[in-house]
Design a protein around this ligand. Sequence first.
Ligand code: AMP
Length: 187
Amino acid sequence: MRIVLIGPPGAGKGTQSVLLAEKLQVPHLSTGEILRAACAEQTDIGHQVGEFMQQGQLVPDGIVQKIVFKELSSLACKSGYILDGFPRTVPQAREFDAWLERSGSSLSLVLQFCVTEEILLKRLADRGRADDDRDVIHKRMQQYEDLTRPLLEYYQNHGVLHTIHGGEGSAEDVFAKIEKIVDNAPA
Ligand code: AMP
């Protein structure tokens, strides 16, 4: 299965994508993790994206798409994958659809994580990551509202969108809801 997870920072996509990848025995790809690693290792890409990330801004589409499409073309992703953090904007989703079509595949599911702002802010405060600084969080939330939220309508119109209430109960409770959707979806 090819699954995309969408949600604001702190919504639990990272935790759930690991659980889901284990269940389905497919790789999970987090663009945020890949980009943070590139910054830490000071690679060429790291140098190009560091400034954007520190300010809580999205990095340019071209850079992210090159990374993602290369990974998804690998043998490891042949029988499916979980994508956390891409696509993040409608233009990225359009590019992704064009890429999927060229590759002769399509998305199985898009899972949207809905969590109240109060819970999100508490989780991000507890996490204490470098890009979880208060002003940066605010910027990332704003970017989510302005640029990522329109994606929900895009995928709703494609008939693949499902909503998960990610703030209710433990990670296991949330995962049980996801399993129900995945088990009932066409392969
Ligand atoms: P995340 O861990 O998914 O919240 O991503 C952390 C940061 O990585 C974001 O604030 C962006 O700067 C960058 N990033 C991750 N995925 C994307 C994407 N699809 N498009 C642009 N920037 C991204």
